[in-house]
Design a protein around this ligand. Structure first.
Ligand code: ARG
Length: 674
């Protein structure tokens, strides 16, 4: 049940009839007028408010109260709302009838979808998410795409759309050159035989470290040169500033402006110098760390050309070199095993996993077609698409013949359109790839693809120091260790909580572990989804596992509390649900809870409007809060009458079912006891 939509429909007819009689020629956007129906901020203004009388009045030069009156007199809404009230300059306050609310709740109670209708415009979505570059261990950055994409796919399906999910694995990049290089020179055969995934990860990290070291050494001298140049510039500025005679500037505005400009320039320069110093320090620290570790240093000095050679291994692989291809084929299943372990823990799966390598064979044909159609052209031996002035050109083939990430993405669009015929493709990818997506969308349009393509972008995961989340040693945080730690902390909470119960607990050790798993992973997923996806978000185990506040733990706890009421009262909720138990509203807290329960569909729809799971989390959080105040004010098991007791039990049940459904859509499990 989407109350807002229902109210809008009713208003549509009234506003239309009013406008056609009174304002045929006034350029009024009727749809925008209808949109002006919103939930009220304060209960004294009713449940919803319709505010279109003000803009209409302004346009027609008539008092808005009069307009409001006219609209109200044309409205057919008596079955849904109490007597309408016109307030202030011309607000129409709408208060829903309790009987109407109750009968909608009866519908929800009987319905496995809790009264949420499916969309009347079902579409086919292709959701591209997770897509890690395999052969490197998954890190904290990958969690965002994975959980946001999974939640969106679930919600789309729940709302009646078709969602096809595809994991566009980075399975063809430079990282394979690194592993191949490492495999040939540093392999520990025994370790590889026993734990191939870990040995490959070790090789990746080692080669990465050596490349980084050489890169740092090269960068350091470059940065030092830059610092010297900036210093010189600063001294030059100082000279100019000293040369200015204060009495010259006093009365001469031109000189004054000039001085101001110099000072501004100096401020900017000094900031640049400070930044550069910081960079130099961190680069120097990385170099020093290698110098302090004689084993790594020896390796680094033995592999002076590692960067270039790794590129060569990659390019051999791409050219179809037999040996490298065989190694790639050998490694890939191990890499997939590694990420699947994490997907399993996050309870995420995909309809398709068509990695970048899947598109290799299509790239030469695509490129020549783009050239033939005049969309791409050759310059300097490379091939690029020159877009309009707003976007820089997009390279699709390098001088050495190699194709790029963008080329693959274009081939992917073609394949997806031909195979799945989606109406819309969602790319759940880091905001830093914004330009990439703008470019490939533009080129796809040039190729004649007119489907909807959306970059569902998200920000960076930050540590509590406000910088990108890193380990103490400055490495990216592995996703697996993150999951382990969340579960470990959740276990402490579950154990402590359980020990406080009479008889020192009701959960077996196994149940505690299972509960901790659901709470730990749930906390991690929810912490991410409850943020505005476009902002950076600060990672904190303590915050995400708090029993109070906007966390999964709080919602899971609210759910478990309802179940414990049923257990304590010996309530057979199933049979209550299936019988025609009358419902009633006798208390304000009961009423706001009931109304909130009916807003689930609105939350689902709004979440999908701009692909923002945080709208759903905010709704669930509000519902749990309303439930908490209801529970404080309205006795359930000890209600005055059988009627009140049953009615409130059903409300509790609807809360629990809504929380469970909502959390499941987000990819989070509930627990019966905690
Ligand atoms: N593998 C890429 C990365 O890790 C993300 C891929 C996103 N999907 C896409 N179709 N480009 O940055």
């Amino acid at each position: 049940m989407n109350i807002q939509t229902l109210l809008k429909r009713r208003f549509e007819a009234a506003v239309e009839s009013f406008l056609s009689e009174n304002a045929k020629d006034a350029a009024l956007d009727k749809a925008a007028m209808i949109e002006m129906i919103r939930p009220s901020q304060e209960p004294k203004f009713g449940d919803y408010q319709a505010n279109m009388a003000m803009p209409i009045g302004k346009r027609l030069g008539k008092p808005p109260r009069e307009i409001a009156q006219q609209i109200v007199s044309r409205l057919q809404i008596g079955d849904v709302c109490e007597m309408l009230e016109i307030a202030g300059p011309g607000f129409i306050n709408l208060r829903l009838k309790n009987d109407w609310i109750l009968s909608r709740l009866q519908d929800a109670k009987r319905d496995s979808r809790l009264g949420v209708a499916k969309t009347d415009q079902p579409k086919t979505y292709l959701v591209d998410y997770s897509a890690p570059n395999v052969a490197k261990p998954m890190h904290v950055g990958h969690i965002r795409s994975t959980v946001i994409g999974n939640a969106l796919a679930n919600i789309l399906r729940f709302y009646g759309h078709k969602a096809i999910t595809d994991n566009h694995l980075g399975d063809w990049g430079t990282q394979f050159g690194m592993i191949i290089y490492g495999y040939r020179r540093f392999l520990d055969c025994e370790a590889y035989r026993q734990k191939p995934v870990e040995e490959l990860a070790r090789l990746y990290r080692l080669v990465r470290k050596l490349i980084d070291y050489h890169q740092c050494v090269a960068d350091l001298s470059k940065y030092e040169e830059q610092a010297v140049a900036l210093q010189e510039k600063n001294e030059e500025l100082n000279k100019q500033l000293l040369a200015v005679n204060p009495s010259d500037t006093e009365n001469n505005p031109a000189n004054k402006d000039w001085l101001k400009k110099l000072k501004k320039e100096q401020t900017r320069l000094l900031a640049q110098i400070a930044d550069l110093r910081e960079t130099v320090q961190s680069v120097a620290a990385k170099i020093a760390a290698v110098h302090a570790d004689s084993e790594t240093l020896t390796q680094a000095l033995r592999h002076l050309n590692i960067g270039r050679q790794v590129l060569e291994e990659t390019s051999k692989l791409h050219r179809g070199d037999k040996e490298n291809l065989a190694l790639w084929n050998e490694f890939l299943p191990f890499c997939k095993e590694d990420i699947n372990r994490i997907y399993k823990r996050l309870n995420v799966s995909f309809d398709h996993t068509l990695g970048e390598s899947f598109y290799n064979d299509r790239l030469p044909e695509l490129t020549s077609r783009l050239i033939r159609q005049g969309i791409a052209r050759e310059t300097d031996g490379a091939v690029g698409v020159f877009l309009d002035a707003a976007l820089p050109p997009m390279l699709i083939q390098k001088k050495d013949g190699a194709f790029l990430y963008a080329t693959t993405d274009l081939a992917t669009i073609e394949y997806r359109v031909a195979t799945f015929q989606p109406d819309s493709i969602l790319y759940v990818v880091d905001f830093r790839q914004s330009l990439h997506f703008e470019q490939i969308f533009a080129v796809a349009r040039m190729l004649g693809y007119d489907l909807e393509m959306t970059h569902v972008k998200f920000g960076t995961v930050l540590g509590e120091d406000g910088k990108p989340f890193k380990t103490r040693a400055g490495d990216t945080v592995g996703l697996e260790s993150l999951l382990d730690e969340a579960e470990r902390r959740a276990y402490e909470i579950v154990k402590n909580n359980d020990e406080l119960k009479t008889g020192s607990g009701e959960l077996s050790e196994e149940q505690r572990r299972e509960t901790a798993r659901k709470i730990g992973i749930g906390a991690l997923i929810y912490a991410d989804l409850s943020q505005n996806r476009e902002s950076d978000y600060t990672f904190s185990y303590d915050k995400m596992l708090a029993m109070n506040g906007n966390t999964a733990t709080y919602l899971q706890y609210a759910y478990a509390r309802v179940q414990s009421i049923f257990a304590r009262g010996g309530v057979e909720i199933e049979s209550l649900r299936n019988n025609d138990v009358p419902l009633q509203i006798t208390d304000a807290a009961e009423r706001s809870l009931a109304l909130d329960l009916l807003k689930f569909e609105e939350a689902v729809e709004l979440t999908l409007r701009d692909y923002r799971p945080n709208i759903l989390t905010a709704y669930l959080y509000e519902l749990a809060n309303r439930y908490a105040s209801f529970f404080e004010q309205c006795p359930v098991l000890r209600a005055d009458s059988e009627l009140a007791r049953n009615s409130r039990l059903i409300l509790c049940d609807l809360v629990a079912r809504t929380l469970k459904t909502g959390l499941e859509l987000l990819g989070i499990e509930t627990v019966e006891k905690m």
